[in-house]
Design a protein around this ligand. Sequence first.
Ligand SMILES: C[C@H]1O[C@H](OP(=O)(O)OP(=O)(O)OC[C@H]2O[C@@H](n3cnc4c(=O)[nH]c(N)nc43)[C@H](O)[C@@H]2O)[C@@H](O)[C@@H](O)C1=O
Length: 319
Amino acid sequence: MKVAIITGVTGQDGAYLSALLLKNNYTVIGLVRNDQPNWAGLAYLKIKEQVELVKCNLLDIEQVRTILIKYQPDEIYNLAAQSSVSLSFEEPITTFEFNTLSVFNLLESIKSINKEIRFYQASSSEMCGKVNQLPITENSILHPLSPYATSKVAAHFTCTNYRESYGMYIACGILFNHESYLRNDSFFVKKVIQQSIQISLGNQTHLEVGNIDVKRDFGYSPAYVEAMYKMLQKDKPGDYLVCSGESISLREIIYHVFSALGISRDKCVANPKFYRPNEIQNIYGDNAKAKRELEWDYDFSFYQVLDLLIAEELANVSK
Ligand SMILES: C[C@H]1O[C@H](OP(=O)(O)OP(=O)(O)OC[C@H]2O[C@@H](n3cnc4c(=O)[nH]c(N)nc43)[C@H](O)[C@@H]2O)[C@@H](O)[C@@H](O)C1=O
């Protein structure tokens, strides 16, 4: 039985990846920051009892080393991060510190304990930032536009550096925006769906958002974690874009959700509080390498994903 460690196991990707690995007969160890982890996602997927949660401060290399020696993992999926772009403008130093030092601590521990451990790093399309060519490919120039993106570039190149210097098996998935029912409600798509349902039920008057005239390449988290898993099953490690291949404007997303729920468009109101100091205007990636080399299958349009998410949210709203 293979052993996998997942950092950031309480996030949406951590929960769906846990379910996938359990289905593939792995023992799954989930690292959590504190004694009271939010295991709602694992419980929702009915796998809470099957994932062993272990407390670990990833900024403390001794704790990381102890866990690697104890559990002797075959694979580590590093999903833990301060993942909010917007919060990173308010807390740039702690964002950069956590998102980079945690990676160093994991890689240094692997290097000294067992270089055969395979490592997945959650890199981000935000690294591309100031886009100068579309679609983005694995060879696009990186030009981050936020402290979050800067930290992810540093972590990404740390991974490349360890792979090239020490021959370690390190794969980086450059994931574009991806959503699910388990997404935290501070993120755009979850917020729009959840609050729109409240408007349709008469519990809320309107939806307040920031800049909705930008476009993003959105996908479906349960399908994206399959690409993560496949990245660690190859003969050789590499970097892969995981994306849908097309962008959609945030305004279109709101209008699609409003129309599905019978809400008039004037219920959407701009609030400067949700604007960011800098923003990618339009971004979409080319997923050909992931489809070809990983045999990753993905052909959802984001409208299909939205319909799935609206249905799932409605099914759970009164529970
Ligand atoms: C790839 C990347 O994907 C995610 O980062 P994100 O794109 O910042 O995600 P989000 O859902 O917060 O914003 C999406 C867009 O929506 C705009 N927007 C407008 N109005 C509101 C609004 O009211 N709330 C929010 N949250 N966003 C808004 C906002 O300005 C942005 O353009 C993370 O997983 C990250 O870890 C990651 O790597």
